[in-house]
Design a protein around this ligand. Structure first.
Ligand SMILES: [Fe+2]
Length: 314
């Protein structure tokens, strides 16, 4: 001890929070003790270990930017053109599901856990035949259906966790009915390149300062100038700067899910200011899923995900 008086403050304690280890991660609760909800398991946690791959990637961007980029369903057909629309160069006849339709029609609905939305796409004959349903789990999670681009029998849970105002830790869990290797996931994300992703520090290494090292010389056959789906996503999140100036943006129809995210977030803040619980805190995330499927012949799209509970009207 370096204190000659040898007197310790009698009630000196470090803050501590409860944790649960599950699904390849350590989960904690930071709220008031008396309001701690029971730990709820995501569906993937019941799969064999070799059916799930967990990654963390830290980026220099506010968490809202990383959430909003992923929530825009139409971005898949545009940002990920090389994977989703390989026919764009004119050198391939390959069609990947309905992703050739870059103008999906969106519908949205509030649920107990946040909201879910459907993106309807037309097939190559111009008929609406595919629906892609993505749930947004308040305040920062979503499940991405595999579909034609990333494998029909799997899905990806993405959680955007703020580190501070300008940095985000994105946790992704790829899971499915078949074993998945860490190596294949690294390649898909574009993180097998040590100049893009550092596995030791879990950091995304490209920055605005080096123009994210975009390969403009390859863009006659590489639409974005990058390799890897996650790399393309993270370039978008970070290229607008750590905190985007929202006074200069122009939301359009395809930003429906982005606008709803902001509304649900502000509604949640208002609830907390009234002393109520935030949206989704008691929802059973084990019942939440995503799907990319043929459009049902009849009935509402939500019948494809019958475990989602629609929110009661305010
Ligand atoms: Fe994306």
């Amino acid at each position: 001890m370096n204190n000659p008086s040898n007197k310790r403050p009698p009630k000196l304690r470090a803050p501590a929070y409860p944790v649960v280890e599950a699904g390849g991660m350590v989960w904690t609760y930071l709220g008031p003790k008396e309001k701690q909800p029971p730990f709820v398991r995501y569906k993937y946690m019941d799969l064999p270990d070799n059916h799930c791959v967990v990654f963390r990637v830290d980026t220099h961007a506010n968490w809202v930017q990383t959430v909003e980029g992923g929530l825009d369903s139409s971005h898949v057909s545009i940002l990920h053109t090389n994977g989703a629309r390989p026919e764009w160069t004119g050198k391939s006849e390959e069609k990947v599901g309905s992703f050739a339709d870059t103008e999906p029609v969106l519908e949205i609905e509030d649920t107990e856990f946040g909201y879910h939305y459907a993106a309807f796409r037309r097939n190559h004959a111009g008929q609406m035949d595919n629906v892609r349903i993505v749930p947004f789990i308040m305040p920062s999670g979503r499940i991405i259906p595999g579909g034609a681009l990333q494998g029909r029998n799997n899905a990806t849970l993405a959680l955007e966790i703020p580190i501070d105002d300008e940095h985000t830790a994105t946790y992704t869990v790829r899971y499915g009915s078949e074993p998945i290797t860490r190596e294949s996931r690294l390649v898909e994300m574009g993180f097998d390149d040590p100049e893009i992703y550092c596995e030791r520090t879990q950091q995304f290494l490209f920055t605005r300062n080096d123009f994210h090292r975009q390969r403009r010389d390859l863009m006659d056959h590489n639409w974005s100038g990058f390799r890897g789906i996650a790399t393309e996503d993270l370039v978008i999140s970070t290229s607008m700067g750590p905190i985007q100036d929202r006074t200069k943006e122009h939301l359009i129809g395809s930003d429906l899910a982005v606008a709803r995210f902001r509304k649900r977030l502000l509604d949640s803040v208002e609830r907390m200011e009234r002393g109520e619980d935030p949206i989704g805190v008691h929802a059973d995330v084990g019942l939440v899923s995503a799907i990319d499927a043929p459009l049902p012949q009849s009935g509402h799209w939500r019948t494809l995900i019958p475990t989602h509970r629609v929110a009661a009207a305010a």
